[in-house]
Design a protein around this ligand. Sequence first.
Ligand code: NAP
Length: 270
Amino acid sequence: MRISIYQNKSARSQKVSDNLKILLSEHKHRFTFDEINPEVVISIGGDGTLLSAFQKYLDQIDQVRFVGVHTGHLGFYADWQEFELDELVDSLLQLQPQTIKYPLLESIVQYSDGSQKRVLSMNEAALKQISGTLAADVLIDGELFERFRGDGLTAATPTGSTAYNKAIGGAVMNPSLASIQLSEIASINNQVFRTLGSPLVVGPKEVIRVVPLKADNEIILSHDHLNETTDQIAWVEFRVAHEQVSFASYRHTPFWRRVRNSFIGDEVVD
Ligand code: NAP
């Protein structure tokens, strides 16, 4: 098995990474370290680390499976704790993992100069205006749906639904649903301006287009943890990507248990 270990910069993650390398090196006939062309990427850190690992291996996303080791923070995606490295290595040696695939977001960004780029996100894309209110038309499958005014909009994958999307009142969605959720960030809703005022979810064949009304206003466009500031956005389209992200699951934690563990905890008070 060709393995790449990807850790964040913290001393704690670095130590876990070193320990894991030692354990894996005891089985040289089974594991090789291959940062360029791995089959399995073991991310050590939190969800932010996994997002960086995802970006690093984006061009080979169909061949790579991820495993998350959690060192502090939330670690929503991580199945393994830092003190379970022996068990993780045993599982890599002995078990056939289930491959769990989750949908990704495709964003097509059209710039005013005619250039275009395509970006994949694991969590979401967000559009926010730097100063003043973002005014933008929202079209679904080419038809005007609403004229938005407010701080911004996010388009989230089901896996990203527990991240930024959740913080702005979006619903948590099971990643088995190939879908994209559009959520509003502080929309203005009054007698003059009106939007749906709640998140909406589109299916795998639908396309959301966001057209800023003043293309020359400075906007922050983010894809997961990466962002750009530009005054050149003509429009951005969001849809479910044909690519998916794969996790090698050696011990499956059902999605709703993961949500409960991360956001509710164990305590049930009468
Ligand atoms: P960050 O600002 O350092 O961390 C954002 C937090 O979101 C971390 O606690 C991270 O968990 C958690 N997180 C990331 N993906 C998650 C997921 N799918 N489900 C649940 N929690 C998740 O930024 P970062 O670490 O580079 O991550 C970028 C992400 O931050 C973006 O994709 C966006 O979703 C999120 N974000 C959230 C807000 C907000 O909630 N108001 C604002 C901006 C961005 P770990 O601690 O395990 O890394």
